[in-house]
Design a protein around this ligand. Sequence first.
Ligand code: ADP
Ligand code: UDP
Length: 237
Amino acid sequence: MERGEMLYEGKAKQIYATKDPGLVIMTYKDEATAFDGAKKGIIKNKGIVNNRVSCLLFKLLESRGIATHLVEQIDDRNVLVRKMRMVPVEVVVRNVMAGSLAKRLGREEGEPFSSPIVELYYKNDDLHDPMINEYHAQEMGWATRDELEQMIAKGLQVNEVLKELFDSIGIILVDFKIEFGVAGNEVLLGDEISPDSCRLWDKVSMEKLDKDRFRRDLGKEEEAYQEVVRRIEGALG
Ligand code: ADP
Ligand code: UDP
């Protein structure tokens, strides 16, 4: 399948039309951004790692009955996916206190939760992705009640599958963000799941193997991303 017209360019990926109106190609870039685009940089080969990691994780999720937009990985930076109407609501699932939640509640990072915490955010850079709940999303017409219920239930299922996988490769899945879209009348998992959108801590060293290395200027971003893909390929590749 060949790339046609570019339909969208985001911070980390481009979306291209294909000859099939129901399919698009996502192309992963090495550009990294944080704080709603205020901080910019490059993580060498990030696009290649994120495409590979996301394809492997989406395949695993499909095999566990969670429907996704994935059709097939085309090459190192390109993936063919079903074109969706994206729901502008980010679903965040947390297993351990970290990031914006730790800041907001005045807690130290690292406290494990007895059960996962689900949060919803309105995907809007200009408004800095404000936290919302189901009532807001429904009232604003971003998703129906049924779609939101499905997104939250699927978010928790994704968490169970990925927590187990990461645990088996010596990594704590601290938290992650996922996005959903609608194709036909199906709610599908879309976008990506990668070290850009997850917090991943090495179980032994507690070293961060994710985008926090870039956000917090910790260095060795490229090495951390490579370590994640190496371990996932060892388990699933
Ligand atoms: P952003 O838009 O946040 O800068 P990206 O650079 O990752 O993010 O751009 C990818 C865009 O493609 C996102 O806006 C995402 O919601 C959208 N997207 C992801 N999967 C699909 C899909 N299957 N169909 C249509 N759009 C998608
Ligand atoms: N996240 C993301 N995109 C966003 C916001 C958050 O991928 O626009 C991910 C982030 O990498 C982390 C989780 O969602 O794994 C929770 O992020 P948090 O709310 O703590 O925000 P942050 O402090 O990372 O901005």
